[in-house]
Each structure stands twice: as structure tokens, then as C-alpha cells.
Design a protein around this ligand. Structure first.
Ligand code: CP
Length: 306
């Protein structure tokens, strides 16, 4: 079954995920395919973005569609008090698809309920980032040759990191084992741990980021401490440098270990890690174009695989 909107990774079955990954592989082999001719995508970014916005817009361009939208909501009538509902109703008049990032959790779901066209959630607060999860799964599959039975270590801001929350759900179909590494203040929320418990997914929590944890991992998923979500700047200062990956820490890691990061990075991965063959975060971001081509085709009902 095709997706109508992509609001949360929870709505994707294993079959949906594998279909989108297969579709992305076809786009990776041949990215320039005119499948959206005459269609308009609205790119509504109420929060800053580099990769998500530009890779979605690249995806639309490579599919032969056109893009309207904004990257600074202060230039729109929302700054005059227009509601999100009215904004979405207006944009539904103009575009065939809405790609939206918003600072409020649940904004994408709400938009999908009022919009007359499909909505793709490009990140809503600390909640969900489903297109990031699909590109993470694509990257894991490309580097490991499989999605099943992997040990995934997730490091950094596990409290506010929406990519982390989505990734746990996305991987839950594939028998993962997790290590969660974070200072106490940023530990994984109960909601995600309860989800793992209910699914029978093993996990261990750590406050120290050690080589022993890295050495038993297939994927090391680093994340940025999300300064913009803190209400207390002093708390941010206390935790911002607790988990930093240094090159010396991966010397005895598994050959198949790959280091992922949704980016942007601040200083949680030292620059000398970049040259390691195990560093995969730049290629990971590139995969975002192919996966977003696949997602766009899925929600628009464009079957390019027949
Ligand atoms: N990974 C990610 O969402 O990056 P941007 O904030 O730059 O879009």
C-alpha cells in the first residue's frame, strides 16, 4: 500500500520501508527521471534546515517538478498571526504536495488532517523526522548489507533528538539491539524505552561513552546536543561536551562499523574522524536525495518501478 502522507515512521510497515528503500536504490542508479512534470511541491520550513530542505528540493528538481515555499516564516503571513490551519489550506490551493518542518510537535499530523494534498513531515519539534529515518535505514542497509540483527549504538542527545526517536521505531521491524549513551540529563525518554520493552527489543543505557561499547557495535549513530530545545542555557553548557567521538576510540572497532550522524555536527565528532573509512555521515546525507525522491513518488502515487 502507498502512503498518503508521511507524518511519522510509526505508520510505515516493514513492507513500506523495504519498498521505499528499493525505490531509492533505483533513483540512486538514475536520479534524473521526469516523473513529476507539471506538479508543484511546497517547501514550508518554519525552522532552519540545510540538508532536509535542500535535498527535498533537489529531489523535486531531479523529478522534473517545481518548488514553491519559504525557509523563513517571518517573511510570511504567519508573522501577522495567520494560523497554521489557514496557511496549510492556502498552500493546498497552490501545490500538489506539502513538505513541512515545524518547531511544534504534532504540527505535521495536524497539517496532514487539514491539507487537501499529501504532507511530508520534514521534522516536528523533538517528535519525529521520518524521512531522516528512511535515509538512515537506507544508509545502514547499504553499509551493512542488511537491516536485521544489528547492534546500534546511539550517542548524544537522546532526550530531544527527533531522529533518534524515529530511528528506534524504524529499526524495530528488524530485530535490533541498542546501546543508548547519554548524560543523565539527556537520557532516552521513557516513551522510547517502553516501546522497546513492549517490542522485546534489548537495550542498555550508559552515561559513559567508552571504547568497549563502540567495539561491540555495527553502527555508531552520533547526534548533536539540541541547544535550541533547552530552556536553561546553563544546562546546555553542562552537557554539550559530554559525548565526543575521537579517532583513537575507533581503533579496535569492528571492520563493518560505520559512523552515522544526521548532521549538523557541532563538536561531537572530532575532525580527524572524517578521514576514517568508517565515517559515513557525508555519504549518508547524499542518500537523502534518493530516499526523498522515493518518498515523494510514494505519497503522490507515482509508481516508477513498473
Ligand atoms: N538532518 C537534518 O535534519 O539536517 P537539517 O537540519 O540541516 O535539515
Amino acid at each position: 500500500m502507498k502512503l498518503k502522507s508521511l507524518v511519522s515512521i510509526d505508520q510505515c510497515s516493514e513492507e513500506d520501508i523495504l519498498r521505499i528503500l528499493d525505490s531509492a536504490a533505483v533513483f540512486e542508479a538514475n536520479p534524473d527521471r521526469v516523473l513529476m512534470e507539471g506538479k508543484v511541491a511546497a517547501s514550508l520550513f518554519f525552522e532552519p534546515s540545510t540538508r532536509t530542505r535542500l535535498s527535498f528540493e533537489t529531489a523535486v528538481n531531479r523529478l522534473g517538478g517545481r518548488v514553491i515555499g519559504f525557509q523563513d516564516a517571518s517573511t510570511t503571513s504567519s508573522s501577522k498571526g495567520e494560523t497554521l490551519k489557514d496557511t496549510i489550506l492556502m498552500v493546498s490551493n497552490y501545490a500538489d504536495l506539502i513538505i513541512m518542518r515545524h518547531y511544534l510537535e504534532g504540527a505535521a499530523r495536524y497539517a496532514s488532517e487539514v491539507a487537501g494534498v499529501p504532507v511530508i513531515n520534514a521534522g516536528d519539534g523533538a517528535n519525529q523526522h521520518p524521512s531522516q529515518t528512511l535515509l538512515d535505514l537506507y544508509s545502514i542497509h547499504k553499509t551493512q548489507g542488511r537491516l536485521t540483527d544489528l547492534t546500534i549504538t546511539i550517542v548524544g542527545d537522546l532526550k530531544y533528538g527527533r531522529t533518534v526517536h524515529s530511528l528506534i521505531v524504524g529499526l524495530s521491524h528488524f530485530r535490533p539491539s541498542f546501546h543508548f549513551v547519554a548524560p543523565d540529563e539527556l537520557r532516552m525518554p521513557d516513551e522510547q524505552k517502553n516501546f522497546c520493552d513492549a517490542q522485546g527489543i534489548p537495550y542498555a543505557e550508559h552515561t559513559e561513552f567508552t571504547e568497549d561499547i563502540i567495539n561491540c557495535s555495527d553502527i555508531l549513530y552520533m547526534t548533536r546536543v539540541q541547544r535550541e530545545r533547552f530552556t536553561d542555557p546553563e544546562e546546555y553548557e553542562r552537557v554539550k561536551n559530554v559525548c565526543i567521538l575521537k579517532r583513537s576510540m575507533i581503533g579496535r572497532s569492528r571492520d563493518n562499523l560505520r559512523i552515522l550522524h544526521p548532521l549538523p555536527r557541532v563538536n561531537e565528532i572530532a575532525r580527524d574522524v572524517d578521514d576514517s573509512p568508517k565515517a559515513y555521515f557525508i555519504q549518508q546525507a547524499r542518500n537523502g536525495v534518493f530516499i526523498r525522491q522515493a518518498i515523494i513518488c510514494d505519497v503522490l502515487g507515482i509508481n516508477h518501478l513498473i
